[in-house]
Design a protein around this ligand. Structure first.
Ligand code: UGA
Length: 432
């Protein structure tokens, strides 16, 4: 018989004869037994070692996972700060994810001002200058809002927060934003906008009581639609960027958690939000920077020299929309992972209803900055951008009286005033 004949024909047929093996063991002298147990323990310890989480450095070296940093949290002082920040003069206590972000900072501040309990959560990633996020954090701290440093993918942290505080609402604004960056770092969108959302919903669904959730979707879900203005009833199945696709996926995921677990979920489709403390990756922000530096700016045009336009929406209008959505959100119906009845599921456009061509945006900036821009008009690259956006806001108007009041001229004036004073202050601080 050749040695090949010893190998069974399929793995399923190959069985270790455990009984004879252990029987043999039973009759060995005690020294052998001791050696075997020691070896077994050694293997167990090595196995545990191999399964321990990666070190901080290993996760930071991969740019797509930069927000997976390990954070240190916990302790009596940390919990005390959370409890103080969660103290409410109303019946509302909100967990705001992405609180050091642009919209997150403004919304957290507005909630706190009216007396709600607010806890922020942010991973302070370096998608754009983290010092701006730190400055927003300092601003919020002065008004009594504590931002917990951590990632929405950290299930233990989320569970801990829900143990310390009974949240009535979650305002979920943490996300990987930006349309064009999705071509550079696609996995960061999956990590934050899909895995992070699911993780958060898992914790919310298991909470008792479950909070009502309001979260940031995006106007980009309308993708390549040509029918304007964009209405919530329109199709959203032709996204032009991975960013848009992850936001659209978020809307479908929201449907699932509402259906299975009775979570109350409201998605808000923001339309190109701008204003003071804004995001440096957005065109109005880096156009301002480049115009002041005398650098040329690229202004996209669509096919046949067509205008590219956006329904630019001022931050204060968006904040009113967020609060309106939160105040009209009904309670979730489930508890501890079990649905008890049908729950609310909504989606709203939050736009300005008056699209402005990007070239007009630049003209306004030129007037405000008193500097002529070096314009470089180019065909829109295939980068995930869509040619125009225009919101129909009648649904939000009907449901919670949403009515934007700031035109682009007025809003950009406020932005430019903030920009000049913020960066003048930074320069002064650097010179000191
Ligand atoms: O409303 C939304 O759904 C989205 O709004 C913005 O995305 P976007 O509207 O593309 O805003 P910007 O990146 O600031 O671009 C504004 C306009 O400037 C144009 N642009 C951008 C960059 C550039 O170099 N030149 C240029 O003409 C874009 O094509 C676009 O029409 C945000 O970046 C997204 O996170 C958000 O979800």
């Amino acid at each position: 018989m050749s040695r090949l004949d010893d190998i069974p024909s399929s793995p399923g047929k190959f069985k270790i004869d455990k009984s004879s093996y252990f029987n043999r063991l039973r009759f060995q002298p005690s020294l052998t037994k001791f050696a075997f147990i020691s070896f077994f323990l050694l293997c167990l310890i090595s196995l545990l070692f191999l399964r321990s989480p990666p070190s901080v450095n290993s996760s930071q070296s991969d740019p797509s996972r930069r927000s997976l940093r390990t954070f240190t949290y916990g302790g009596a002082a940390w919990e005390k700060r959370i409890r103080a920040s969660a103290r409410t003069r109303t019946s509302v206590t909100v967990l705001v994810t992405g609180a050091a972000g642009f919209v997150g900072t403004h919304v957290s501040s507005a909630l706190k001002r009216r007396g709600d309990g607010v806890i922020g959560l942010d991973n302070f990633n370096d998608y754009y200058d983290p010092s701006l996020k730190r400055a927003r954090q300092a601003l919020l701290e002065r008004s009594g809002v504590f931002i917990v440093e951590g990632d929405i993918n950290d299930v233990e942290l989320l569970r801990k927060l829900f143990k310390i505080v009974t949240f009535t609402h979650v305002m979920h604004l943490a996300a990987q934003a930006g349309v064009r960056y999705a071509m550079e770092n696609p996995s960061s969108y999956v990590h934050s906008n899909i895995a992070g959302l699911v993780n958060l919903l898992e914790v919310c669904k298991a909470a008792n009581p479950q909070p009502a959730i309001v979260w940031a979707s995006s106007s980009s879900v309308y993708g390549l639609n040509t029918k304007v203005p964009f209405s919530e009833k329109d199709r959203t199945d032709q996204p032009a960027s991975l960013y848009a696709a992850t936001k659209k996926a978020g809307e479908e995921i929201a449907h699932t958690y509402n259906h299975i677990y009775g979570l109350s979920l409201t998605g808000l489709r923001f339309f190109t939000v701008y204003g003071p403390w804004g995001r440096p990756d957005m065109a109005y922000f880096f156009f301002t920077k480049d115009i002041l530096k005398g650098k040329s700016i690229s202004i996209f045009e669509s096919a046949n020299h067509g205008t590219v336009a956006r329904d630019f929406t001022y931050i204060d209008d968006i904040v009113k929309g967020c609060l309106g959505a939160l105040d009209t959100a009904e309670k979730s119906t489930g508890s501890g992972g079990k649905k008890r009845g049908p729950a609310q599921l909504r989606v709203f456009n939050l736009g300005n209803t008056s699209p402005v061509p990007v070239s007009d945006l630049v003209s306004i900036l030129e007037r405000q900055l008193k500097v002529k821009a070096k314009r470089n008009v180019i065909k829109m690259p295939r980068n995930g951008d869509v040619p125009f956006t225009h919101a129909n806001i009648s649904l939000a108007q009907r449901e919670f009286g949403y009515k934007p009041t700031t035109d682009l001229q007025t809003g950009l004036k406020k932005f430019v005033r903030w920009y000049l004073s913020y960066y003048a202050g930074e320069k002064k601080a650097a010179a000191r």
